[in-house]
Design a protein around this ligand. Structure first.
Ligand code: SF4
Length: 294
């Protein structure tokens, strides 16, 4: 099996020629490039999954405050809220969102997370995929396979565009994470490779143009809540694709458009903490409180 691909269309044609899923191509590629055994690559991904699960557990059960003191405790609050049984958007969605926020709060407290693809967007993939896997009775092996699907999508976005807020805005970070999660969920639940890339494309399209404007330059606010919305984006995009709804603009073109939009954002809106929410009166006050008048 050929293991080199540089675009979504190439990846789909490899899947179709060999009648395999995206995760199988990605796993074969990792084995080939690393020269490690398949078992060893899978066991590394198992360790990533364990770190994700621990971060969710910690954020949902411990009293976490970020190092700056700006954030913490919201994941637990959402957990208690949805456990009472009455939510607007549904228990399962709120459970996934609470899990995603938990991971970001652990990140804000300098705890261990898996950057997937970045620390600022690290809640979306575990929040969406682990809670969905639980709901559908999927095994760790299923989730690990899905993480390879997510890796393939993350690899394509990284290589053909960017996953950095400093380069492409929040659309690149939380958009990439949502695309990874949506595609992974689609394959895990039996969707085709084409449906997986449709879900990824839809996720990015949903937040095209979203700016990166962290308050006080810290990866906390609005980042934690953007992971909440990114998780929702991933789950809805997966559902659209599984329902047979396609992306009118193909994945590769969406990724290219995202890069162009990112490049057209002014530097104030690309992780410098000098525009958007960071430059509101409250955003400035918070920065002064944490760092002094700079
Ligand atoms: S606002 Fe910026 S730092 Fe925060 S999650 Fe989005 S891209 Fe990352």
């Amino acid at each position: 099996m050929s293991i080199s691909f540089t675009s979504g269309s190439e990846l789909l044609s490899m899947c179709s020629k060999s009648n395999v899923k995206i995760f199988e191509i990605m796993l074969a590629r990792e084995v080939y490039l690393s020269q490690k055994s398949k078992d060893s690559i899978i066991s590394e991904m198992q360790e990533n999954l364990s770190v994700m699960k621990r971060a969710i557990e910690r954020g949902l059960t411990e009293d976490i405050r970020s190092v700056s003191g700006l954030t913490g405790g919201d994941a637990k609050k959402l957990r208690y809220y949805h456990e009472k049984g009455q939510t607007v958007a549904g228990q399962e969605l709120n459970k996934a969102v609470a899990a995603a926020m938990a991971v970001l709060e652990v990140n804000g407290a300098m705890g261990q997370i898996v950057a997937a693809p970045t620390a600022g967007s690290s809640g979306i993939l575990p929040g969406a995929i682990i809670t969905t896997a639980e709901r559908f009775g999927k095994t760790d092996e299923d989730v690990i396979n899905a993480l390879f699907t997510a890796s393939a999508v993350g690899y394509l976005i990284t290589n053909n565009a960017t996953v950095a807020g400093a380069e492409g805005g929040c659309q690149a970070e939380t958009g990439a994470a949502a695309a990874m999660a949506a595609s992974a969920i689609v394959e895990m639940l039996g969707g085709t490779p084409a449906q997986a890339l449709d879900a990824a494309a839809i996720s990015i399209k949903n937040i095209l143009g979203l700016v990166c404007d962290p308050i006080a330059g810290l990866v906390e606010a609005p980042c934690i809540k953007r992971n909440a919305i990114g998780t929702t984006n991933a789950l809805i995009s997966a559902d659209l694709a599984l329902a047979g709804i396609t992306s009118i603009i193909p994945f590769d073109e969406v990724v290219e458009a995202m890069l162009k939009v990112g490049k057209s954002l002014p530097c104030e809106l690309r992780e410098t903490g000098t525009g958007g929410l960071a430059e509101t009166p409250t955003g400035r006050q918070i920065r002064e409180r944490i760092f002094g008048d700079i």
